[in-house]
Write a protein that binds this ligand. Structure first.
Ligand code: ATP
Length: 503
């Protein structure tokens, strides 16, 4: 698994998808740049989301709110007071850790031990092995499972009660060794706000403290009535937005899974109070369908319904995806009640109510939101697509099987040789296609090597111009995933590419 993840990271760099930010200065931790292919893949994912959410829903419109917002926004949303992570420093290594992550990691390590026991027993008992029975009778497993249950219970308690002392005791009692030095010498646990602050205005005494938004949602809430009135929107309706968000994450790891600067794609759906459960279920289903439509394998997704809810929510679920490091949150669907709009009414002194013409009532709508990280979706798509295949002749090929609709380049046009007028024909084909598709032209190296290069870059189709083309106006079309080839008339290319790469 770890190896696969390393391959994902190096492939993303080698094929021009993702670079570390400011690499020549040794990078900036948890900040990344999208390269020439990455920017296209990212844009295609964003477009695919926008099409499904805005274009396909008559009652959903988009906005693009500013990253900087009035500072009171973040008081109303709760981010100034409650957007904190519990931190603990190790005195020997002088390194800082997120207390909850440290405990969770410890719990996962115990789980790994259980899994190892199970794998061993499976090998030993073969066919006769019954995992359920083993889990419920093996003394080692039972002891470890009990420890996990106890840690889970205590972690939930200290998180709920915000018991910082309890956090520290948990870490010290468990004997969690500092991952670097093995020391158990910890400071007290402190709360740390995740928002990036900056100054608005130049002079020291007149400047105002503002924040880079930690989520895009609040730009939608504060514009709710503006959009409703000017768009003459009737409830239920939604407002969608994509854009940057910033969080000063403490444990920033796992490549673009957890970044300090990232992009969100969010939709807030405004509904009549009392109907939120229904809409929450509807959006869970709709969003899961969207993911499955990309054909990346049903077995790679699952719902995780939250038992423990944030203060603003009356129901919440994550869509989890199987990343190279296990099932993790990819998207959140939250029933946020009227918490945000009410809080903004209170802090701004302005009414944020909807007048319902049908029954002549005014009310603050309830909100069901869908919130997905664009970068996380990028990682899901990219890591799931990267494969190494054994071919019949014993060689291996690296292929990036991106869903064609998301692939940065749809077609590569290749003259078989660099002479006999083949490049000119290939270039004419490129000219004809580039109005509608992203196309590249490649004439360097033997054609087999060019195919491999396009396979690894994720291009779903290659078109090869050879000597027969001069005679009969046909070309070879080669499919990335199956390596199947067929002859196609030049005049039929447009329709074929559209069929293979459009939704
Ligand atoms: P996590 O528990 O992983 O920190 P979260 O529950 O705080 O995430 P939300 O606030 O619900 O996340 O944000 C919605 C979505 O935004 C997440 O499902 C995730 O895809 C994405 N996201 C959140 N934080 C980051 C980050 N630091 N880097 C990249 N994507 C992120």
């Amino acid at each position: 698994q770890e190896d696969q993840f390393k391959k994902v990271i190096s492939h993303a760099k080698e094929y021009g998808y993702i670079f570390q930010s400011s690499e020549i200065y040794d990078g900036l931790s948890a900040v990344y740049d999208y390269a020439q292919n990455g920017v296209e893949l990212k844009r295609n994912i964003r477009d695919y989301w926008w099409k499904a959410m805005v274009q396909m829903h008559e009652n959903i419109v988009g906005i693009d709110a500013a990253i900087l917002m009035h500072p009171t926004t973040w008081k109303a949303s709760g981010h100034v007071d409650a957007f904190n992570d519990p931190l603990i420093d190790n005195k020997d290594s002088k390194k800082r850790y997120r207390a909850d992550v440290l405990v969770e990691d410890f719990r996962e390590k115990i789980n790994e031990k259980i899994n190892k026991d199970i794998t061993k027993a499976k090998k030993r008992f073969g066919e006769a092995f019954n995992e359920e029975e083993f889990r419920s009778t093996n003394p080692n497993v039972l002891r470890r499972q009990k420890q996990i249950d106890e840690i889970t219970e205590e972690l939930t308690r200290v998180q709920e009660e915000n018991d910082l002392e309890g956090f520290k005791n948990l870490i010290v009692d468990l004997g969690i060794a500092c991952p670097v030095s093995g020391s158990k010498n910890w400071t007290d646990v402190k709360q740390f706000n995740l928002m990036f602050g900056t100054q608005l205005g130049a002079s020291a005494d007149s400047s105002t403290q503002v924040y880079l938004r930690p989520e895009t949602a609040q730009g939608i809430f504060v514009n709710f009535l503006n959009v409703q009135k000017t768009g003459r929107m009737k409830i239920p309706f939604g407002i969608a937005q994509t854009g940057k968000a910033f969080r000063n994450e403490i444990v920033a790891r796992q490549f673009i899974f957890r970044m300090r600067e990232f992009e969100q794609m969010e939709m807030q759906f405004f509904v009549k109070p009392g109907t939120q459960k229904e809409w929450y279920e509807k959006w869970k289903e709709t969003r899961m369908k969207w993911h499955l439509s990309l054909g990346m394998g049903e077995e790679n997704y699952r719902f995780h319904n939250h038992d423990k809810l944030a203060h603003y929510a009356d129901a919440a679920a994550d869509i989890e995806f199987k990343f190279p490091f296990g099932f993790k949150e990819l998207e959140g669907i939250h029933s946020r009640t009227d918490f945000d709009l009410k809080a903004h009414e209170e802090h701004s002194g302005k009414k944020l109510q909807y007048f319902d013409h049908e029954d002549n009532t005014s009310y603050v709508p309830y909100v069901v939101e869908t919130s997905i990280g664009l970068d996380r979706m990028f990682l899901a798509v990219f890591s799931n697509s990267l494969k190494e295949e054994e071919l019949e002749d014993g060689s291996t090929r690296t292929v990036l099987s991106l869903p064609p609709v998301l692939a940065p380049t749809k077609v590569a046009v290749l003259p078989l040789v660099k002479k006999d007028g083949l490049p000119a024909i290939a270039e004419t084909i490129v000219e004809g296609l580039k109005w509608d598709f992203s196309v590249v032209y490649d004439e360097k190296d033997a054609v087999g090597r060019r195919y491999r290069r396009q396979d690894a870059a994720g291009t779903p189709l290659c078109i090869t111009v050879d000597h027969d083309t001069i005679e009969d106006q046909t070309v070879t079309v080669r499919y990335r995933d199956t390596m199947e080839q067929k002859r196609v008339k030049i005049e039929d290319l447009h329709a074929l590419i559209k069929q293979e790469t459009d939704v």
